[in-house]
Design a protein around this ligand. Structure first.
Ligand code: SF4
Ligand code: SF4
Length: 249
């Protein structure tokens, strides 16, 4: 993308998101360094000054200062920092005496890069799968139901009468999983089914979008997709009249 086109897109993205709050955070940091020791990346890197939380927002402030006029090399450096030197644990934010929310600004930088098509490939793929199938692994509804069926059949020989109730209206608990379980760890679904059975729980599993409780789009700041995923789960729970939504792990 030509720099001028990119800078326009960057500033359009930032305009509604950088208000008085973010601007004041960027201005009031006294560089006191109190957030330094709170960051595990800083400690793990032998207290490398560039790993100090306050230093990691320099990319956002620089982008704003340059009015979005940044080149590919700058974007790459920003990407390396905000994905490989911060996991948005928010610990630094708890310790800043001025309440500066570093993690929020890192999240904003991630969202900005995502708006420019820059994010880890695995997350890009998961988001594509969310859009196409409603779950991060791209499991079709047919495969999901098939997995539940054979999981149930396999367990019936072990525990007589054990069922995985699908779309049971009026069940107290709607159980949702990490879609990786459907793809790679179906035994986890079976173990939960055993617990529910032995506990005599009133539970069900939704057949349609909303059964995957992961929300990886959050990690790139794709709030639109994040919201859709939460809405999917909420819609299924409402349709089924569930009182609680239980999630895996
Ligand atoms: S603790 Fe707060 S004010 Fe001090 S350097 Fe960190 S972010 Fe800046
Ligand atoms: S939010 Fe990022 S910078 Fe702050 S302590 Fe956690 S990893 Fe470090």
């Amino acid at each position: 993308m030509e720099p001028s086109t990119r800078s326009k897109a960057i500033m359009e993205f930032l305009k509604p998101r950088v208000g008085a709050r973010v601007k004041s955070w960027l201005e009031i940091c006294t560089k006191c360094g109190q957030c330094a020791d709170t960051c595990h990346f800083y400690l793990a890197a032998d207290r490398d000054p560039k790993m100090i939380p306050a230093a990691k927002v320099k990319y956002l402030s620089e982008i704003i200062r340059r009015k979005g006029e940044v080149d590919d090399e700058f974007i790459q450096k920003a990407y390396d920092c905000i994905y490989h030197e911060c996991n948005m644990c928010r610990r630094c934010t708890q310790f800043c005496p001025f309440g500066i929310n570093i993690a929020d600004m890192i999240a904003l930088t991630r969202a900005l890069l995502f708006s420019q098509g820059v994010c880890p490939e695995a997350l890009r793929s998961a988001i594509k799968n969310y859009h196409e199938t409603g779950n991060q692994m791209g499991v079709s509804e047919e495969d999901w139901l098939d997995t539940l069926t054979w999981c149930e059949e396999e367990m019936e020989s072990e525990i007589v009468g054990l069922k995985i109730p699908v779309d049971k209206v009026g069940a107290e608990i709607m159980y949702t999983i990490n879609a990786r379980e459907a793809k790679f760890y179906p035994q986890d679904i079976q173990e939960v089914a055993k617990i529910m059975h032995v506990a005599g729980a009133s539970w069900t599993v939704p057949s349609k979008r909303g059964w995957d409780d992961t929300n990886l789009s959050m990690f790139v700041g794709d709030l639109k997709t994040s919201r859709t995923l939460v809405e999917n789960t909420f819609a299924r729970a409402t349709e089924l009249g569930a009182k609680k939504v239980a999630i895996t792990e």
